[in-house]
Design a protein around this ligand. Structure first.
Ligand SMILES: [Ca+2]
Ligand SMILES: [Ca+2]
Length: 180
Protein backbone atom coordinates (compact mmCIF):
# COMPACT_ATOMS: atom_id res chain seq x y z
CA UNK A 1 0.00 0.00 0.00
CA UNK A 2 2.76 2.37 1.05
CA UNK A 3 4.89 1.56 -1.97
CA UNK A 4 1.93 2.18 -4.31
CA UNK A 5 1.34 5.54 -2.66
CA UNK A 6 5.06 6.34 -2.83
CA UNK A 7 5.17 5.44 -6.54
CA UNK A 8 2.13 7.56 -7.22
CA UNK A 9 3.67 10.47 -5.35
CA UNK A 10 6.95 10.04 -7.24
CA UNK A 11 5.09 9.98 -10.56
CA UNK A 12 3.19 13.14 -9.72
CA UNK A 13 6.39 14.84 -8.58
CA UNK A 14 8.17 13.79 -11.80
CA UNK A 15 5.29 15.04 -13.93
CA UNK A 16 5.28 18.34 -12.04
CA UNK A 17 9.03 18.70 -12.50
CA UNK A 18 8.75 18.03 -16.24
CA UNK A 19 5.97 20.54 -16.68
CA UNK A 20 7.71 23.20 -14.58
CA UNK A 21 11.20 22.88 -16.08
CA UNK A 22 11.72 24.34 -19.53
CA UNK A 23 12.94 21.75 -22.02
CA UNK A 24 16.08 23.00 -23.80
CA UNK A 25 17.28 22.25 -27.31
CA UNK A 26 16.52 18.50 -27.11
CA UNK A 27 12.89 19.26 -27.90
CA UNK A 28 13.96 20.80 -31.21
CA UNK A 29 11.23 21.29 -33.78
CA UNK A 30 8.63 19.71 -31.54
CA UNK A 31 8.49 22.85 -29.49
CA UNK A 32 6.39 25.77 -30.65
CA UNK A 33 8.52 28.46 -32.24
CA UNK A 34 7.26 30.95 -29.69
CA UNK A 35 6.29 29.34 -26.38
CA UNK A 36 3.23 30.73 -24.70
CA UNK A 37 4.04 33.33 -22.10
CA UNK A 38 2.70 32.58 -18.64
CA UNK A 39 -0.64 34.21 -18.00
CA UNK A 40 -0.10 37.47 -16.17
CA UNK A 41 -2.99 39.17 -14.45
CA UNK A 42 -2.83 42.66 -15.84
CA UNK A 43 -4.83 45.37 -14.15
CA UNK A 44 -7.70 46.11 -16.49
CA UNK A 45 -8.09 49.63 -17.69
CA UNK A 46 -10.86 51.70 -16.15
CA UNK A 47 -12.62 51.72 -19.50
CA UNK A 48 -12.43 47.89 -19.74
CA UNK A 49 -13.72 47.53 -16.19
CA UNK A 50 -16.77 49.66 -16.87
CA UNK A 51 -17.47 47.72 -20.07
CA UNK A 52 -17.22 44.39 -18.20
CA UNK A 53 -19.43 45.66 -15.38
CA UNK A 54 -22.07 46.52 -17.98
CA UNK A 55 -21.70 43.20 -19.82
CA UNK A 56 -21.88 41.15 -16.60
CA UNK A 57 -24.76 43.13 -15.06
CA UNK A 58 -27.66 41.14 -16.50
CA UNK A 59 -26.00 37.67 -16.17
CA UNK A 60 -25.18 38.42 -12.53
CA UNK A 61 -28.77 39.44 -11.75
CA UNK A 62 -30.09 36.27 -13.44
CA UNK A 63 -27.62 34.04 -11.55
CA UNK A 64 -28.36 35.80 -8.23
CA UNK A 65 -32.08 35.14 -8.84
CA UNK A 66 -31.43 31.47 -9.58
CA UNK A 67 -29.31 31.23 -6.40
CA UNK A 68 -32.42 31.81 -4.24
CA UNK A 69 -34.00 28.44 -5.06
CA UNK A 70 -33.16 24.84 -4.18
CA UNK A 71 -35.30 22.15 -5.76
CA UNK A 72 -34.14 18.62 -6.38
CA UNK A 73 -34.84 14.94 -6.20
CA UNK A 74 -32.11 12.70 -4.89
CA UNK A 75 -31.20 9.06 -5.37
CA UNK A 76 -29.14 7.36 -2.68
CA UNK A 77 -29.35 5.14 0.31
CA UNK A 78 -30.31 6.50 3.70
CA UNK A 79 -32.91 8.49 5.53
CA UNK A 80 -33.50 12.10 6.40
CA UNK A 81 -35.99 14.73 7.32
CA UNK A 82 -35.36 18.43 7.76
CA UNK A 83 -37.80 21.28 8.20
CA UNK A 84 -36.49 24.81 8.56
CA UNK A 85 -37.63 28.39 8.87
CA UNK A 86 -34.02 29.60 8.83
CA UNK A 87 -32.08 28.79 12.01
CA UNK A 88 -34.74 30.62 13.96
CA UNK A 89 -36.55 27.28 13.89
CA UNK A 90 -35.10 24.12 12.36
CA UNK A 91 -35.10 20.44 13.04
CA UNK A 92 -33.08 17.90 11.08
CA UNK A 93 -32.22 14.23 11.36
CA UNK A 94 -30.65 12.38 8.48
CA UNK A 95 -27.89 10.23 7.10
CA UNK A 96 -27.73 9.70 3.35
CA UNK A 97 -25.43 10.00 0.36
CA UNK A 98 -27.27 11.18 -2.71
CA UNK A 99 -26.88 12.12 -6.32
CA UNK A 100 -29.33 14.93 -6.89
CA UNK A 101 -31.14 16.03 -10.02
CA UNK A 102 -32.39 19.59 -9.97
CA UNK A 103 -30.76 22.71 -8.64
CA UNK A 104 -29.14 24.25 -5.60
CA UNK A 105 -28.94 27.82 -6.71
CA UNK A 106 -26.69 28.05 -9.74
CA UNK A 107 -25.42 24.49 -9.09
CA UNK A 108 -27.33 22.38 -11.59
CA UNK A 109 -28.48 20.01 -12.99
CA UNK A 110 -26.70 17.10 -11.22
CA UNK A 111 -24.64 17.24 -8.05
CA UNK A 112 -23.66 15.15 -5.06
CA UNK A 113 -24.87 15.88 -1.56
CA UNK A 114 -24.12 13.83 1.53
CA UNK A 115 -26.02 14.58 4.70
CA UNK A 116 -25.12 13.42 8.20
CA UNK A 117 -26.94 15.60 10.66
CA UNK A 118 -28.92 15.53 13.86
CA UNK A 119 -29.85 18.83 15.44
CA UNK A 120 -32.36 21.39 16.49
CA UNK A 121 -32.09 25.16 16.12
CA UNK A 122 -34.19 27.76 17.84
CA UNK A 123 -33.74 31.53 17.64
CA UNK A 124 -30.32 30.97 16.09
CA UNK A 125 -28.99 28.68 18.80
CA UNK A 126 -28.04 25.27 17.38
CA UNK A 127 -28.01 22.11 19.43
CA UNK A 128 -26.34 19.27 17.52
CA UNK A 129 -25.31 19.42 13.89
CA UNK A 130 -27.30 20.99 11.05
CA UNK A 131 -25.88 21.23 7.53
CA UNK A 132 -28.16 23.59 5.62
CA UNK A 133 -27.72 27.23 4.74
CA UNK A 134 -28.89 28.77 8.06
CA UNK A 135 -31.02 31.26 6.14
CA UNK A 136 -33.02 28.64 4.21
CA UNK A 137 -36.76 28.19 4.46
CA UNK A 138 -37.72 24.75 3.23
CA UNK A 139 -38.08 21.06 3.81
CA UNK A 140 -36.29 17.85 2.80
CA UNK A 141 -37.32 14.24 3.01
CA UNK A 142 -35.28 11.17 2.11
CA UNK A 143 -36.70 7.68 2.53
CA UNK A 144 -34.77 4.54 1.63
CA UNK A 145 -33.40 5.25 -1.83
CA UNK A 146 -35.11 8.44 -2.96
CA UNK A 147 -35.79 11.89 -1.60
CA UNK A 148 -36.69 15.47 -2.39
CA UNK A 149 -35.58 18.92 -1.28
CA UNK A 150 -37.30 22.27 -1.70
CA UNK A 151 -36.13 25.53 -0.19
CA UNK A 152 -35.45 29.22 -0.69
CA UNK A 153 -32.49 31.10 0.77
CA UNK A 154 -33.14 34.42 2.49
CA UNK A 155 -29.44 35.33 2.23
CA UNK A 156 -29.48 34.75 -1.52
CA UNK A 157 -32.73 36.72 -1.84
CA UNK A 158 -31.01 39.66 -0.11
CA UNK A 159 -27.99 39.21 -2.40
CA UNK A 160 -30.33 39.33 -5.41
CA UNK A 161 -32.09 42.52 -4.25
CA UNK A 162 -28.99 44.57 -3.40
CA UNK A 163 -27.34 43.17 -6.52
CA UNK A 164 -29.29 45.76 -8.53
CA UNK A 165 -26.97 48.32 -6.86
CA UNK A 166 -24.05 46.00 -7.77
CA UNK A 167 -23.53 45.20 -4.08
CA UNK A 168 -22.42 41.55 -3.88
CA UNK A 169 -23.22 40.23 -0.39
CA UNK A 170 -22.47 36.60 -1.28
CA UNK A 171 -19.29 37.35 -3.23
CA UNK A 172 -20.55 35.31 -6.18
CA UNK A 173 -20.83 37.92 -8.93
CA UNK A 174 -18.80 37.49 -12.10
CA UNK A 175 -16.49 40.18 -13.41
CA UNK A 176 -15.32 43.40 -11.75
CA UNK A 177 -17.28 45.12 -8.98
CA UNK A 178 -17.38 48.89 -8.44
CA UNK A 179 -17.41 48.45 -4.63
CA UNK A 180 -14.19 46.41 -4.48
CA1 LIG B 1 -26.04 35.05 -5.23
CA1 LIG C 1 -24.26 38.24 -5.84
Amino acid sequence: MFSTTAKLFASVAAAAALSLCPLPSMAGGEMPAKPCAPAVQKPASQKGDVLHMILYYVPNRVLDFVDIFRLSVGVGVGYGVNVRLTELAEVGLGNYESTRFGMKGRILPIYEENIDEAGVAFLGFVNGCLQRDPTEIGADLHVGVVGAQAAVSVAEAADFIVGFLMIDLQGDDLGPNPWD
